[in-house]
Design a protein. Sequence first.
Length: 120
Amino acid sequence: MRHRQHGMTFIGLLMILALVGILAYAGIQLVPVYLNYMKLTRTLEQVAVEFKGDTPDPGRIRTALDRHWTIEDITGITPKEVEITREGDGVVMHANYSQAVPFLGNITLTATFDKTVPIE
C-alpha cells in the first residue's frame, strides 16, 4: 500500500509567508497615505458645511482651507493646489494629487487621489 503525504512542504510555507509579508509591508506603507486622504476629504466636507447656503469668494474658501490644513496637518497637497471654481449657483472644490511612498529599494508605491466637493 502506498501512503500519500498531504499538506504543504516547508519551502511552500516559506513562499506563502514571504508573499503575505510583502503584502502586509505594502499595506503598512500605504496606511498613512490613506489616513491623510481621509483627513483631506473630511476637511473639504467641513469647509463645504461652513459655507453652505452662501456663495463665498475663493479667497474666503482658501483661508478656511488653510486654517483646517494647519489643524489637520495634511501633507501631499497644499490648500493652494485645491481648484475652486464656480459652477451654476454654487462653488466646487476639487483636489487631485498623487503621493509616492518608498517600498523596496528603488521601487515606490504611488497612490492617486481625486476628490470633488460642491458648496451648495
